[in-house]
Design a protein around this ligand. Structure first.
Ligand code: Z5A
Length: 211
């Protein structure tokens, strides 16, 4: 695949502001004349959204860790082929609410699946494609939960215990240390205004280097 656009992903625990800031970033980039494809994982295509439904709904049957992992990558394979790769080839920038760092953090850190296995699936499904920039929204679990709680009923992931989310957060921070060039931490405990000012600084730098 010949990639012409840039691939930006947003990551972090629940309720940290990914969806809110996705729209802020889209507007910022569009004002610079950049065509933007906004999407999310799991999901982004008709089939992948169906898989998202299965993954997030509370099921009467227990979903095994391996099934969960494979469904995440099945949704991703479909999403890459039908949405992400065509957009990048057109020269659009892709803004994606969660991607494979979420798999390393939730299925790796949270469920305890061997990261070598995740890395193997990542290479199989994505070939060489990796995000160019990842914004990791970081906040204590309790704060994100408080913000997200206003939405109502909890989905299958949101019903996990605090330990699970602490392991997810630690795995994200570990990846940010390992891939510090690509993954930029945004302090999501700040007011929305300050969060967006930090994001703007990061994007000003990125776009001035490239445009
Ligand atoms: N998952 C996985 O396990 N493996 C994978 O590979 C992938 C995903 C790709 C679905 O994700 C689940 O899939 C996810 C991990 C798993 N499960 N969990 N948990 P999702 O992205 O759809 O679910 P989410 O993380 O729960 O999204 P969210 O709760 O919508 O969070 P958010 O998008 O980061 O937050 P938000 O909706 O932008 O903000 C929440 C509220 O806070 C809202 O009222 C805002 O107005 C408010 N807000 C935002 N920022 C601020 C600040 N700075 N101050 C005050 N208030 C704020």
């Amino acid at each position: 695949m010949r990639k012409k656009g840039l691939f930006i992903t947003l990551e972090g625990g629940e309720g940290v502001g990914k969806t809110t800031n996705l729209l802020f970033i889209k507007k910022f980039l569009e004002e610079k004349g950049i065509a933007v494809e906004v999407t999310r994982e799991p999901g982004g295509t008709v089939l992948a959204e169906k898989l998202r439904g299965l993954l997030l709904e509370n099921q009467t049957e227990l979903i095994s860790e391996k099934t969960e992992l494979l469904l995440m990558f099945a949704a991703r394979a479909q999403h890459l082929k039908n949405v992400i790769e065509p957009a990048l080839e057109r020269g659009d920038w892709v803004l994606c609410d969660r991607f494979t760092d979420a798999t390393y953090s939730y299925q790796g850190g949270g469920r305890g699946i061997d990261t070598n296995l995740i890395a193997w699936l990542e290479q199989f499904v994505q070939d060489e494609l990796r995000p160019d920039l990842t914004l990791l929204f970081d906040a204590p679990i309790e704060l994100g939960m408080q913000r997200a709680k206003k939405r109502g009923a909890l989905d299958r992931f949101e019903s996990e215990k605090l330990d699970f989310f602490n392991n997810v957060r630690e795995a994200y921070l570990q990846r940010a240390r390992q891939y510090s060039e690509r993954i930029k931490i945004v302090d999501a405990t700040q007011s929305l205004e300050n969060v967006q000012s930090d994001i703007q600084k990061l994007l000003e730098k990125l776009t001035s280097d490239l445009l």
